[in-house]
Design a protein around this ligand. Structure first.
Ligand SMILES: [Zn+2]
Length: 489
């Protein structure tokens, strides 16, 4: 293990800034001054798992060779966990080493107690998949050379080029580089918040997308027998497992909200079960956002199982992933997660929820609904409701940048004769009728709609993941800006 030169440490302890570093390269240095003697970067395996390597320490002149050696000796490595990488004292080496990681297709990850900054952040960005746990720190700042700092140079100066080339190579927007120069001076640090991470594509995913897909597949499996109201306990178990896993808070000590209703077709009384849990907001807990999706479907009809993969295993699985997301990135406002029952029989579950709401309806500032979001041959998704709640539109539009989806607004105007009005055709209806702002994500109907052919195989996984990411970006941005949005009304 090597130590950074004593001269450097002495200078740091005297409070000198980066520009006095004795290590100089053509393109400056990024180093976050932690005031402690930092070890140079080293790599270890843990628990006999040779596919994941853990990194700790400052990136230095030897790191490129170290990484090349590590990866050629261990071609089975697929993941690099950056535990404590406060910076780089040789950015030229860092960018080359990072490209090595990128070209090998390695994923990067920062654990909950991880601490990554500056040049370490550049290396993290090289991961082809990039994930971070709640609590982890990811810092950025400007860089400094021997006598000048990055912002002393014109925007067009070639001194910026190695960084710009690097970000272009790894598909990070150029705006990210400009942002780091402004975020903090070279001797300071800015810890990125989740909105910034979203804006600059810092993370490739905010949820486990494998789980998103597998939950949909399980919900749409024949074993679930089409999730008909009264026969959907298996689906309830899957949903409750996620509620328990992330320790959602229950209202009245119970996630289950049971209700009875009269089936319009048979005139029989039937029972339904909504599943409701919530996360308290970190800043404004007395205001609520509702995120809902119906988990029931048509069940078994004339011996055929209607699996409802798109309608609405897709929305239900998205709901489960949003529980994961908001557990890892806590919301400012309280968020209620609602898996509604008996939508297919006449929107009974969400109506019961609204009429027996566990919180005062005035405290619900906006309700989101997902119903059929798993497939569309035109790569198009509708955001429904802004015709009534225009204050949300700007934030939604900002969230849909870089999604590679055709995001359309509509199906929310009774005067539009060309587009069916969806304001009262799903679980958004009871909220709409109570004048609670609500936004629904849904795609246009397809040939398998309400047929036994609405199967998992028909789900377009790439499209579905993009829609769920759009939903995450939209709701988290609305949570962050809710005060401003509601003032606008
Ligand atoms: Zn539906």
């Amino acid at each position: 293990m090597k130590k950074i030169g004593l001269v450097l440490l002495a200078l740091i302890s005297l409070g000198f800034a980066c520009i006095v570093l004795t290590f100089t390269t053509a393109i400056g240095q990024k180093f976050y001054l932690s005031m402690e003697g930092e070890e140079t970067a080293s790599f270890i395996f843990k628990d006999n798992d040779k596919s994941t390597v853990y990194m700790k320490g400052v990136i230095y002149a030897g790191t490129l060779d170290d990484i090349k050696f590590l990866l050629s000796e261990n071609p089975q490595i697929t993941k690099l966990v950056l535990e404590d990488v406060p910076g780089s004292i040789d950015d030229e080496v860092n960018l080359a080493a990072s490209l090595e990681i990128y070209h090998r297709g390695i994923a990067t990850h920062i654990p909950a107690d991880g601490f990554v900054a500056s040049g370490g952040t550049d290396m993290f960005l090289a991961g082809v998949k990039r994930t971070i746990e709640a609590g982890a720190k990811l810092g950025v700042h400007s860089w400094a050379g021997l006598t000048q700092t990055a912002t002393d140079f014109e925007v067009s100066d070639e001194v910026h080029q190695p960084y710009l080339d690097y970000y272009q190579d790894i598909n990070i927007p150029e705006s990210f580089y400009r942002y780091t120069l402004e975020a903090a001076p070279a001797d300071g640090i800015h810890w990125m918040n989740v909105q910034e991470m979203q804006q600059y594509n810092v993370l490739t995913s905010f949820i486990d997308t494998n789980e998103l897909i597998s939950n949909l597949e399980i919900l749409a499996d024949d074993k679930m027998k089409g999730r008909a109201t009264g026969h959907n306990e298996a689906a309830q178990s899957l949903i409750l497992a996620q509620f328990n896993r992330y320790k959602l808070k229950p209202f009245n000590d119970n996630y289950k909200q049971t209700f009875s209703f009269t089936d319009e077709k048979t005139k029989l009384t039937r029972n339904g079960t909504n599943l409701i849990g919530y996360i308290s907001g970190s800043e404004t807990p007395e205001e609520y956002i509702v995120i809902g999706a119906h988990y029931d479907h048509l069940g078994v009809v004339e011996g055929k199982i209607f699996n409802g993969a798109d309608d609405n295993a897709s929305g239900t699985s998205a709901l489960l992933s949003l529980i994961e997301y908001f557990s890892n990135f806590p919301p400012k406002h309280s968020v209620i997660f609602a898996a509604f029952d008996a939508e297919e029989l006449g929107i009974h579950g969400s109506r019961f929820f609204v009429e027996n709401s566990p919180v005062d309806l005035k405290q619900i500032k906006v309700a989101f609904n997902f119903d059929m979001i798993g497939r569309n041959s035109n790569n198009e998704i509708y955001i429904v409701g802004t015709n009534y709640y225009s204050a949300f539109k700007n934030t939604l539009e900002m969230s849909s940048k870089y999604t590679n989806l055709t995001v359309s607004y509509g199906h929310d105007n009774p005067d539009d004769k060309e587009k069916q009005n969806w304001m009262e055709s799903s679980d958004n209806a009871p909220f709409f009728l109570k004048k609670i702002p609500n936004i629904t994500f849904s795609e246009e109907d397809h040939p398998d709609y309400h047929k036994e052919t609405d199967e998992f195989s028909g789900i377009d996984q790439v499209y579905y993941k993009k829609v769920v990411h759009l939903i995450i970006k939209s709701i988290s941005r609305i949570d962050a800006n809710l005060q401003k949005i509601t003032l606008q009304k």
